[in-house]
Design a binder for this molecule. Structure first.
Ligand code: IPD
Ligand code: CA
Ligand code: CA
Length: 269
């Protein structure tokens, strides 16, 4: 337990997030094995009792170690009591649609904001037992091994990833136009269904670039630290530094970034 009179070290904060993510990840695997209940926020936007249980697990773990910290969590919103400069931004289950279909690509995502800057990221994929971690200024790791973005130089030879928001049927800003343009320029495109893992995979050099519109802060907080610390470049569609509250995200190995922005800013087809 950190001394309440001193700010906790980054190592202590990271360890608290790792333990919370691993406990919640184990819980998700138990739900996946034994069954879960699904509710519909709209016809394509699901939430399960596993989402809620994993969120409670993460918050209980963090609160027991860091009782004065604030929280922004997907299922319960803001818990902004107090004046702590630290705010944990939590997606307890990123990849709910995958989880609900027993498609094993989902994760627990925990980011830490200090005075408005994301400084720590932890993303745990329980199905592959991959733990992605980063502390600002100290690099990014997967299961303790350093992570680096890819060296791919051109869009033509890039594997990209993207995603689509739950209001795809209601809005024209549904990303389908960008998808068509990139499909004609890149070597390949994937849609994994977990934005947090997409950012970690850019960090690991498994994807060369990732773009998406209408993301939420909990989709990006942890993964953005991990991708940046692995050497990635992260902006909005105009090339301005990423804000996790800004909905638009382009994350790349840096080398293909300008080419990605050029496609995103092309005239409509
Ligand atoms: C979703 C995933 C998906 C992205 C959606 C997100 P959820 O989060 O990250 O990849 O395309 O925009 O809402 O609902 O599974 O936590
Ligand atoms: Ca999410
Ligand atoms: Ca979620």
């Amino acid at each position: 337990m950190p001394n309440p009179l001193e700010p906790p070290s980054h190592g202590v904060l990271l360890q608290a997030a790792v333990e919370a993510a691993q406990a919640a990840g184990a819980l998700l695997l138990r739900y996946a094995e034994t069954g879960f209940a699904i509710e519909y926020k709209n016809p394509i936007n699901l939430v399960t009792d596993a989402d809620r249980a994993a969120e409670q697990c993460v918050i209980d773990h963090l609160k027991s170690r860091l009782p004065d910290h604030r929280f922004l969590a997907e299922e319960r919103g803001r818990d902004d009591e107090g004046s702590s400069p630290y705010c944990w931004i939590i997606d307890p289950l990123d990849g709910t649609t995958n989880f609900a279909h027993n498609y094993p690509t989902y994760c627990v995502s925990i980011g830490l904001e200090h005075e408005g800057r994301c400084i720590i990221g932890v993303v745990f994929d329980p199905s592959r037992n991959e733990l992605f971690t980063a502390i600002e200024g100290r690099g990014a790791h997967v299961n303790g091994r350093p992570l680096h973005v890819s060296e791919t130089q051109t869009l033509d030879s890039s594997l990209l990833v993207t995603g689509f928001a739950y209001d795809i049927r209601e809005t024209k800003r549904n990303n389908l136009d960008h998808f068509v343009k990139f499909a004609l320029k890149a070597q390949g495109i994937r849609r994994t269904g977990s934005a947090a893992l997409d950012l970690c995979y850019v960090a690991a050099g498994r994807f060369d670039g990732f773009w998406e519109v209408r993301l939420n802060p909990w989709d990006m907080a942890a993964g953005s630290v991990i991708a940046r610390e692995a050497g990635g470049h992260l902006t909005d569609f105009s090339g301005k530094g990423l804000s996790i509250y800004g909905q638009e995200l382009v994350a790349s190995n840096g080398r293909i970034h300008e080419a990605m922005l050029a496609v995103l800013n092309q005239a409509p087809l």
